[in-house]
Design a binder for this molecule. Sequence first.
Ligand code: SAH
Ligand code: SF4
Length: 409
Amino acid sequence: MPVTPDLAVSAAPVAPVASSVTAKPTLAGLTRAALADFLRAQDVPEREIRMRVGQIWHWLYVRGATGFDEMTNVAKTLRALLDAHATLQRPEIVREQVSADGTRKWVLRLPSRSAHDKGAEVECVYIPEKDRGTLCVSSQVGCTLNCSFCHTGTQKLVRNLEASEIVGQVLVARDRLGDYPGRTPPEGAFVPDDGGRFVSNIVFMGMGEPLYNYENVRDAIGVLTDPEGLQLSKRRITVSTSGVVPEIARLGAETGTMLAISLHATNDPLRDVLVPINKKYNIAELLQACRDYPGVSNARRITFEYVMLKGVNDSLAEARALVKLLKGVPAKINLIPFNPWPGSIYECSDWEQIERFSDLIFSAGYSSPIRTPRGRDILAACGQLKSDTEKMRARARLMLEEQLALGAD
Ligand code: SAH
Ligand code: SF4
């Protein structure tokens, strides 16, 4: 399945939001506890902290404030103090692209953490649909796992995102979509008819393995679902994991979010190749963790993602094996057409085969939507994030090195 560049779109990206390099920390994206710590460090009296945190929280997450001067109910002296020591800066937008289908992708630069770290880049993608606006967020720069069909796993640089950097992606999306009361949404945004937000759903399906960055993901979910802040529903947040079994129970217990499992194979030998973490936690252990997932029921099913790889995992015998395997697990199956990337060793299954596979699962009583590829013209689909910039360059460098090595023989 080729990626068709839409020049009309990519030639006219929306101007990036410039941000000045500053040593001051940003308060945007912080948890209540981190905000309180910051205020304490500025010698704000302990008796005021709770109230001040509540005020800043409201301005940040309900009103979308981008400057302390907007916080009119905060005492002027405190505003000046905050301004002297902090910012409300979001992750810097390196690039913003809008697809012909309304999908939006932001490449974000995160501040460097050390002299060697030049500032990592991550991506997040907004997918408007009729009944929802979904933001796909990243939890890590790169990924330490090496699923053989996934481009993110080939990326060298890996670091965990802070909770504030995860929340920062949502703030960027809301800023750029004008997702605050009384503002006009840009073209292509999902417009809720119940007064809800344009970003109504969050999926942790961008770069990285969220359960290898558990604490930050949990804290970010806490900020996103806070009833006095961003107010996203737990049921509208889905965390996708390749199968980090030991963290699954606490994700359910501590966050109450929906769970998605990147299954992709119905037997261990094949899953060992496609999703190598399977060698550590096999299919049987993974499915047991799913059966035990806190709050799981027929009304709150687990989504099983299954990437369609031609001649690898797409036979009808495998569709039958999938149905058998998931017996007794409240499940939805999500078939993902494989997104090829330069150098990938797999091909996407033929469309007719994906449909036959889906029909078989459907007739066994499962809903089995085929994930419609979105934003392909801006390389916004699963497994393609960052493929057009850093990794292409890395791959080109590798090829050049190989050629040079061959030439030297
Ligand atoms: N690390 C987590 C979440 C990020 S990946 C996980 O693996 O679940 C989100 C989804 O995209 C996963 O189901 C992943 O297997 C899938 N994916 C990765 N690369 C892909 C590709 N090239 N084509 C289609 N789906 C892909
Ligand atoms: Fe990491 Fe998920 Fe990609 Fe596997 S599929 S390499 S776990 S991002």
